[in-house]
Design a protein around this ligand. Structure first.
Ligand SMILES: [Zn+2]
Length: 436
């Protein structure tokens, strides 16, 4: 009986290895990276692929239109004398420059957000819903939006107070101190975000005990990452997107996975994603990110410190802006930042994408699940175009595309799995990108 079972198992294994639908090898019998990659990419076809492409490509235009809307709002605040009015009103309440700056910044952010609200509602609510990514009703979404606006109304006026104090003290070289201030705000924000900010929007609980947690703990231990806490959060309340992240810095650093990931992926896929997140942790990407974005902020502030005074010299009298140290100059500085941010989009995307690619490579080594990572990369096509051109990926992708990730996985498999066999990729969910 025992022999019969073993023979049957042997026959089944042989069938698995030779059956063309179940296992394929290249003509020479070697695992072929191109064929294996194509098999995955071809699971996304027809309307599902068109929808994924349309959602992501539409996002390219949103970058441009978003910047245009921001510049338009700032221009309106200057042109119609509102910035001047904010500062004059603040001067009636406060005597000290710091108080005047604080209230001007508060009014500026509040009125700016109100003017831009239709655009915000379209991009963040209706468009997401149109593509089946939004799980909240309008009231729920608006409550979350209100919370994030409230947080920015607390933080932005404080940042403005510090930056304008630097401008008053060092009228020409304030950008140097300004870079330090922005870096400090970034660092404190990163430190506080997982503890004080994220729980305002989602419920964070310990990932329950079970095979998935055991697997993550084992991977973390193998890579010397402390893993006494692994968090699970209820992202499905807001969105259908599959995601996980490393947040915090120093003492607050942690790995969190969202419930969509846990619900909609296999153990192999979850392990592949968590291997990637461990990569961010081990490779110190939060510190690298902080350094890179501080350097970029330094460049932005330097350019603003040179360009904004020229704009004010030319149009300031008409706008009622007395000089760069006048807090009514906030929309002028904002216009400069917006244009810089737009032009720097490929740079910021590339800074993030390089880290992401390193985390991908790390994750493959840590989880050893090339097919799991390839199939989860396909699932992310729900919100990211699967197969862009090389220039398109460089300009617009802050994560490697699905095609890049599948290829990297298949290459890893060829290089690390002796006698690698091609598996038939799991079919994409029937309804394709969007609601399942
Ligand atoms: Zn990542």
């Amino acid at each position: 009986m025992k022999t019969a079972t073993r023979m049957f198992a042997g026959a089944a294994l042989a069938l698995l290895l030779v059956h063309p639908a179940l296992a394929q090898t290249g003509p020479s019998g070697a695992f072929d990276v191109d064929t294996a990659t194509r098999a995955y990419l071809d699971t996304l076809q027809g309307p599902a692929r068109a929808k994924s492409d349309a959602y992501f490509e539409g996002g390219y235009w949103l970058i441009l239109w978003g910047a245009a809307v921001s510049v338009l709002v700032d221009w309106m605040l200057l042109r119609f004398g509102l910035a001047n009015w904010f500062r004059t009103a603040a001067e009636r309440v406060f005597k000290r420059p710091s108080g005047i700056t604080w209230l001007t910044a508060l009014l500026y952010s509040l009125v700016g957000a109100a003017i831009a609200l239709p655009w915000t509602i379209y991009t963040a609510f209706f468009r997401e819903r149109q593509y089946g990514l939004m799980n909240q009703d309008f009231a729920g979404w608006f409550a979350d939006y209100g919370k994030s606006l409230a947080i920015s109304l607390v933080i932005f006026p404080l940042l403005a107070m510090a930056v304008y104090a630097a401008i008053r003290r060092f009228p020409r070289n304030w950008w140097l101190l300004g870079t330090g201030i922005v870096t400090a705000f970034l660092a404190v924000g990163m430190l506080a975000a997982p503890v004080y900010i994220a729980p305002l929007f989602n419920k964070y609980t310990e990932l329950p005990a079970g095979p998935v947690r055991d697997r993550i703990v084992a991977m973390a231990a193998a890579n010397h990452v402390p893993a006494e806490h692994i968090y699970l959060f209820d992202a499905s309340k807001q969105t259908d997107r599959i995601s996980a992240n490393v947040s915090g810095i120093g003492p607050t650093i942690r790995i969190s996975l969202n419930d969509n990931l846990l619900k909609r992926t296999s153990e192999a896929e979850t392990a592949a994603v968590m291997g990637h997140e461990l990569g961010h942790y081990v490779l110190n990407h939060v510190w690298i990110g902080l350094a890179a974005f501080s350097a970029l902020a330094g460049l932005a502030l330097f350019l603003v410190s040179r360009i904004a005074p020229a704009l004010i010299a030319r149009h300031g009298a008409r706008w009622g802006v007395r000089g760069i140290a006048d807090p009514a100059s906030m929309p002028v500085l904002s216009i400069c930042f917006t244009v810089f941010g737009l032009l720097a989009t490929p740079v910021t995307n590339s800074i993030i994408r390089i880290d992401e690619s390193q985390a991908d490579a790390f994750g493959l080594d840590a989880a050893k699940e090339p097919d799991g990572f390839a199939s989860v990369a396909m699932k992310l096509a729900q919100y990211r175009k699967i197969e862009p051109g090389a220039l398109e990926e460089f300009l617009f992708f802050d994560h490697p595309s699905g095609a890049t990730r599948v290829r990297m996985s298949m290459q890893w498999k060829k290089d690390h799995v002796p006698g690698a066999q091609m598996v038939v990729p799991p079919p994409m969910p029937q309804s394709g990108p969007g609601k399942e």
